[in-house]
Design a protein around this ligand. Sequence first.
Ligand SMILES: [Cu+2]
Length: 135
Amino acid sequence: MDRRTFLAATGTGATAALAGCFGTGLAEEEFDVGMTANRFDPERIEVSVGDRVVWGNNSSRGHSVTAYEDGLPEGAAYFASGGFDAERAARDEYPTGIIESGETYAHTFETAGEFPYFCIPHERGGMVGTVVVTE
Ligand SMILES: [Cu+2]
């Protein structure tokens, strides 16, 4: 598939899934952190204040990106796929907020510090990650 066809196919939105391209249809350049069967890849990513981080589910399983509320830097906004404003709500409402195969989730980090997060269905299996935001 050439670049132009690719852009046309994904033009309907960041969460559009491409059928029959390769794997889940997500191209590497479409996300910063991948989601394999049971890991965030990379598990730790460093960005600058104001950067938008995109997670892409390039596995066949559904995952979530859910911040550990207690671990957030002072004054930082809570984030979770599904748009929840609290960890309790994200856990209670699961599977609402799941990022299906081929879908993406994005969050813009406006506060410096370390942001630990996890995947609700695979937390016990160690599917956790950290976004490190620097000034
Ligand atoms: Cu997961």
